[in-house]
Ligand binder design. Structure first.
Ligand code: MG
Length: 337
């Protein structure tokens, strides 16, 4: 098997702001796997600066990577198990290789990925659409432009949180999911949970610092709205530790290391009666479609990264009335746009 990688720079439609950062472009990495028979698979690494990752770091990790020599590229478990240690600090690179392997497998046997997992494509959830932080006028405009989406996601964790929600509520009545990106204290969260519920908010993502599990347990016990862990929930071990601390977890392929790890996290979460969300970073339709193939298994999808970019080089999962439509082509089913 041969592994190649290339820069994948994505330009955002509009500057994207959350509590801790803002950005106009996103530097991801395209990974292509091929074998002697000419079979190919592609994947996307979306390195997150928050986790100390970068496109350069992904490229360096992949350059130094020795793929395990296997006679059959369909033994994904063997290959991915061998890559766990060398890519331990490069979850987005591991995710890209994992996607490419799954894509190659599906194309080899001529079956879409969701069918390999035995999933019903009619069970995809609606996806939320993120309204980035901006001036009141801009947020009203962005909200009106998002009329096709059945759920909105709003990034909070600012001094103007109440004004932001009120502004959006002036122009829409759809459910809102809020993400504080670890910016609130316990007291702030308890206070915010009270008024957010009255504003038609459906759930709160990561109110507290990633390592504040005691705090999460307190706000979870207080009741009100479902609390979903994102920054606190990177891997399977985190899901176990979060038992009783949150109502659910947000899984992202680039965060956990790919489809295989995501599937394990989903099952562990379900065994603990947790809700599951599938999320993303700013990614092209390549990375988003990979995650979407697992979406019939989850309660909430937040797979809108490709909708926020101006120059998506790929075409894959679609959205109709907010609901995700999986491509019925072999493998990831992703094509050049
Ligand atoms: Mg989040």
């Amino acid at each position: 098997m041969n592994l190649a990688h290339a820069p994948l720079r994505l330009t955002l439609r509009e500057t994207f702001r959350i509590a801790r950062e803002s950005s106009d472009v996103r530097d991801n990495v395209l990974v292509t796997l091929s074998d002697a028979s000419g079979a190919e698979g592609i994947g996307e690494a979306a390195p997150s600066p928050y986790y100390g990752q970068s496109a350069d770091g992904v490229a360096a990790a992949l350059d130094g990577l020795a793929l395990p020599q296997v006679s059959d590229p369909k033994v994904l478990e063997d290959i991915l198990a061998a890559l766990q240690a060398p890519l331990a600090n490069h979850s987005s690179a591991l995710a890209a290789v994992d996607m490419a392997l799954h894509d190659m497998l599906g194309r080899n046997i001529g079956i879409p990925l969701f069918r390999i997992f035995g999933l019903n494509p009619d069970r995809t959830p609606v996806t939320s659409f993120t309204i980035g932080l901006a001036s009141a006028d801009e947020m009203r405009r962005k909200t009106q432009e998002a009329a096709d989406y059945a759920v909105l996601k709003v990034k909070l964790g600012t001094p103007e949180d109440r004004d932001i929600i009120r502004t959006i509520r002036q122009v829409t009545s759809v459910p809102i999911r809020v993400d504080a990106n670890a910016a609130w204290t316990v007291d702030e969260t308890l206070e915010n949970l009270r008024w957010l519920a009255d504003e038609g908010v459906e759930l709160v993502e990561q109110p507290l610092a990633a390592d504040d599990l005691d705090g999460l347990r307190r706000v979870c016990d207080a009741g009100g709205l479902p609390i979903i862990a994102d920054e606190s929930a990177r891997t399977t071990k985190d899901v176990v530790a979060l038992r009783g601390c949150v109502h659910g977890i947000n899984i992202k392929l680039a965060k956990c290391g790919g489809l295989r790890e995501a599937l394990k996290m989903i099952h562990i979460a379900r065994a603990q009666d947790m809700k599951v969300m599938l999320g993303c970073f700013i990614e092209s339709s390549l990375g988003i479609t990979a995650a979407a193939h697992l979406s019939p298994l989850v309660d909430y999808a937040d797979l809108d990264g490709h909708l926020l970019i101006a120059d998506d080089p790929y075409r894959g999962v679609g959205v109709r009335d907010g609901k995700m439509i999986l491509p019925d082509r072999p493998g990831l089913g992703v094509e050049r746009a």
